[in-house]
Design a protein around this ligand. Structure first.
Ligand SMILES: NC(=O)c1ccc[n+]([C@@H]2O[C@H](COP(=O)([O-])OP(=O)(O)OC[C@H]3O[C@@H](n4cnc5c(N)ncnc54)[C@H](O)[C@@H]3O)[C@@H](O)[C@H]2O)c1
Length: 328
């Protein structure tokens, strides 16, 4: 039985607690939050103890920690948990700075603790099946990857202002998906962006509409588009074109009911946002972590994947500001 300590009982912390509750071989023994009430509510539902973050990390009743606190707290918690010998499941992004992620790589490597960077989309049943079939060679060499990722509506300006920008905050998931589907690392990044959804996002120094082209050393090309607005729900699609064919994975809709009339076909909206759309992925991600730690197998994506996605986000941010492609 893997005993988990949960750090951070906010939006994503609740999702992980729910996954733990329904999975075998894992239990939630302790939780911590900067707001004790938030921790207590979650602890009551799961029969866990409420402790401080330091006490969760030090607890002999905890084998592994889930870091689900705001991104700017990950660095210190990773260091403390690694030094305490705990396996670490860390929400993305690992940190906003590639140099600080390198420090985290160093401590995790030195202490030899298992580490999973929570890029949940790799665990989505559709995207995971698509990637497995690419790897099985069904479409031959990958030549073009197209990733479309659009949020239903923008977050508050106060969030945008400290988000690190669209590439580090939102497209970071797509950079990881690009590496996952391409099977190799991009060597060049070219980004364009505009503030079309809300001029206040532009005034805050960010963009809400962006496109990035990634090129690999083999010549494969990936195009990612992001928007902070999609009136039809959370839009999450990928298409991979290879020498022998093409795979695509479409949106997951609220239901499968379709109306057909003389005017055409009408289907349900896409699932509203990440909590609903990636429910199965969040569960599979925790299941993978538990299996990796208990069976002493590598957890994937690891901390190096967290760093690689951050480097792409940094390069895209630089490319947007300079108007030039950035070589990696
Ligand atoms: N993988 C995904 O799909 C996904 C989705 C949402 C958020 N995230 C990531 O998860 C992290 C948390 O995001 P969220 O949306 O759940 O935020 P949130 O604000 O809803 O929750 C964070 C919680 O952490 C608590 N907290 C703050 N500092 C703490 C500390 N030092 N120790 C213990 N608790 C502390 C806060 O009180 C809050 O309850 C972020 O890194 C974010 O990028 C990932």
């Amino acid at each position: 039985m893997l005993r988990i300590g949960l750090l951070g009982c906010g939006r994503i912390g609740h999702v992980h607690a729910l996954s733990i509750a329904v999975l075998d071989g894992v239990c939630l023994t302790a939780v911590a939050d900067a707001f004790p009430d938030a921790a207590q509510r979650l602890a009551d539902r799961n029969g866990a103890a409420v402790l401080s973050a330091d006490a969760v990390i030090a607890s002999p009743e905890v084998d592994a920690v889930i870091i689900a606190t705001p991104t700017d707290t990950h660095y210190d918690l990773i260091h403390a948990a690694a030094r305490a010998g705990k396996a670490i499941f860390c929400e993305k992004p690992v940190d906003m700075s590639a140099d600080r992620i390198r420090d985290c790589v160093a401590v995790v490597t030195a202490e030899g603790v298992p580490f999973l960077t929570a890029f949940n989309r790799r665990f989505d049943p559709n995207f995971a099946a698509l990637q497995a079939r690419i790897q099985a060679g069904e479409i031959g060499r990958v030549e073009l990857v197209t990733i479309m990722s659009r949020d239903p509506s923008p977050p508050p300006i106060s969030y945008i202002a400290r988000s690190g920008g669209i590439f580090r905050d939102m497209m970071i998931h797509d950079f990881d998906m690009a590496r996952f589907l391409l099977g190799e690392d991009p060597v060049q990044v070219f980004a364009v962006g505009s503030a079309l959804v809300d001029p206040e996002i532009g005034a805050a120094g960010d963009v809400d509409t962006a496109a990035v082209t990634l090129t690999t050393s083999s010549g494969a090309i990936c195009q990612i588009t992001n928007s902070r607005r999609a009136v039809y729900g959370y839009d999450q699609r990928v298409e991979v074109h290879g020498a022998k064919g093409m795979f695509r994975a479409g949106n997951v809709l609220e239901n499968t009911v379709e109306l057909a009339t003389g005017a055409g076909f009408c289907a349900a909206p896409a699932k509203h946002f990440f909590l609903e759309r990636y429910e199965a992925a969040y569960r599979a991600e925790i299941a993978h972590f538990v299996e990796a730690v208990t069976r002493n197998l590598p957890a994937s994506p690891g901390i190096q994947d967290g760093l690689a996605a951050q480097l792409l986000a940094d390069a895209a941010t630089l490319s947007l500001s300079t108007g030039r492609p950035v070589a990696l």
